[in-house]
Structures are given as structure tokens and as C-alpha cells.
Design a protein around this ligand. Sequence first.
Ligand code: ADP
Ligand code: MG
Length: 346
Amino acid sequence: SIKAPPSKKTATLQVAVKCRPLTDAERRHSRHIIHVTDDKGITVLDPDLSKDYLDRVQNRTKERRYSFDHAFGPECTNADVYIKSISSTIAGVINGLNATVFAYGSTGSGKTYTMVGTHDDPGLMVLSLHTIFDLIKGDQSSDEFEVTCSYLEVYNEVIYDLLEKSSGHLELREDPEQGLVVAGLKCIKVRSADRILELLNLGNSRRKTESTEANATSSRSHAVLEIIVKRKRRKQYQSQVLRGKLALVDLAGSERASETNSGGQKLRDGANINRSLLALANCINALGKQQKKGLAYVPYRNSKLTRILKDGLSGNSQTVMVATISPADDQYHHTINTLKYADRAK
Ligand code: ADP
Ligand code: MG
């Protein structure tokens, strides 16, 4: 059944946290320091302070506790995350609402796994498309639907098309009818969700990555899958078109942003800081404030990514942030930075 679209006028923001399992390699040398206490709570052990004597006396004061809209532990699948925190948001998209879902976390924390997933554990991008097609199939009206997808990358403030073999730089342009568009971006009509994982994997293989350490490939790029659902209403002799847009974003690693972010002050641009990530983080902070205290200025215009996502973050849009964390003790500082950030956003 389709839920009625929410009637409130301000954007809503939900925050979910997902802790991935230790990888096989990590299991040999890392300790698991994350505990998901219930469906909302997470505690983090301070690895330095809990190593020896504190463990013995079972001093639990060295834990930091956090609470979010949803918390998911290592045993949770992407489908669990999807059902609890995303699915109700997706239902609005076939009724003309906009929504944005993004994964925020340091490199290696599980962003791509969460958004794209694998064959056995399909990610939020794939599951969302499946739902959209299921909802369309189950729709009882005589309305006609059209679903199109685009997949782009923002890297160093340049936009590339991930559905094109060798994409040039794409520009943002104001269109008098459609508003802001990425000129020349390939939009493919999709009739079922089946082929999308293939397309996503192909697109991902074209993403620009940068090796920061011998055994780690860090990604500075943001990948945005946009799904547009046009619903042509046929009522009497009039026809009306509703246009819903769902943006699913696999963000660049947050480690660079969190270095400036950990003090809790407003994020600033710096030489090596990812402009789009900082701009998005600032927008999310502003949206969080807006939700709690009423209107706040949201600085959408500060980067390519936030300009692209604006429709899906403003108005009556619904936004879900999935903060991804690693359970390993050597990721403690990244984990704390991500959780602090997510905590401020909610
Ligand atoms: P990121 O995109 O944040 O850099 P990845 O999604 O590439 O991180 O995940 C890092 C590693 O952890 C990968 O090897 C990935 O397969 C693994 N991983 C992440 N989440 C899970 C999960 N829920 N279950 C199993 N493995 C996971
Ligand atoms: Mg990734």
C-alpha cells in the first residue's frame, strides 16, 4: 500500500547509523569496539582507555553513548536498513515527492557497500528501484509512469557522467522549465530494476579513485544516482504530470571533512578539503537546525553537489543520512567524528 505523502512543508531529516562487520583481515589485528545496544543506540569503547585495567574493573564510563533514529549492527543487511529507514520515504517519490538518501562516513566504513551492495546483499540504490517498480506495478489508478535514471560523479568540483564510457566535463545550467539541469547528462529509461546493479557496477568502475595508502583506495568522488518518476495523471479531460525525484548518494570519504569538523564549529573550506562534502555537511547541519528550531539559512549554492541535490533537500523533501562506521579499534577517531557529526545533524 502507498502511504499518503506527508503534508508538512519543511524538509525532514532522519539519521541512521550502520556499523559494518570486521573484515577478515581486520579480524586478525583489530578489536571490535562498537556495540549496538538497541534499534537506536550505539556505544563506542575508547580503545586506549579500555585496553587493560579498565577492562578488568569493568569500568563502563569509558564508553561513549549515542542515540539516533535508527542504529544497525554488523549482522544487519542492507535490506534491514532499507526497510526501517528508507522504504517509507521511497513511497512518496511515485507521488511527486523528492527525497535524498546518502551515505556519510570515512573511507572503508561501508558507504559503497550500503548504497550499491552486492548480488547477495543488494544496496539501497538497487532496493529503492525495486520498490519503485513494485509500487508502480501495484498502482490501481490508470496513471502512466515513466522511470529514468542518471548516474553522475562529482570529483574536484567537476561533474562526470558515470553512464558514459569516457565522459567529458558536464556543466550545470538553469533551464527555464526544469530548473537546474546537468547539461548533456545521460538519462536512461528503465523498465525494471534488474539491470541496475550491472549499470551501477559499470558506473562505479569508472569512478575516479585515488590511492592514499599502499592497501587502501580512498575515494574523493561523490556518486549520485538520480531516479526520476513521472506520473501522468488522467482525470477527466485534464492530464497532470507529477515528477518525483530520488537522489541516492555515495559520498566521498569524510576523513578530510571531519578533521575540521570535530570541534563542532561551522565547516570551512580549506586547501585540501573536499568542497562539495563540506558544503553538504553544512547544509545538513542547517537542515537539522531548521527541523529543531524553525527556519535557518541553508547554503545550497556553495558547491556542485549541493546545487545538484537542492531539490531533494528542500521544500517538502525527505532526507535520510546513513552514517557508516567500522567496528575496528584502529578506526576509533574516524568513528567518533562520524558519530559526532551524525549526532549534530539529527
Ligand atoms: P567505503 O565505500 O565507505 O570506502 P566500502 O563499502 O568499500 O567502504 O567497504 C569497505 C570494505 O568493507 C569492503 O571490503 C566491503 O566489502 C566491506 N563491507 C562493508 N560493509 C559490509 C557489510 N555490511 N558486510 C560485509 N562486508 C562489508
Ligand atoms: Mg566507496
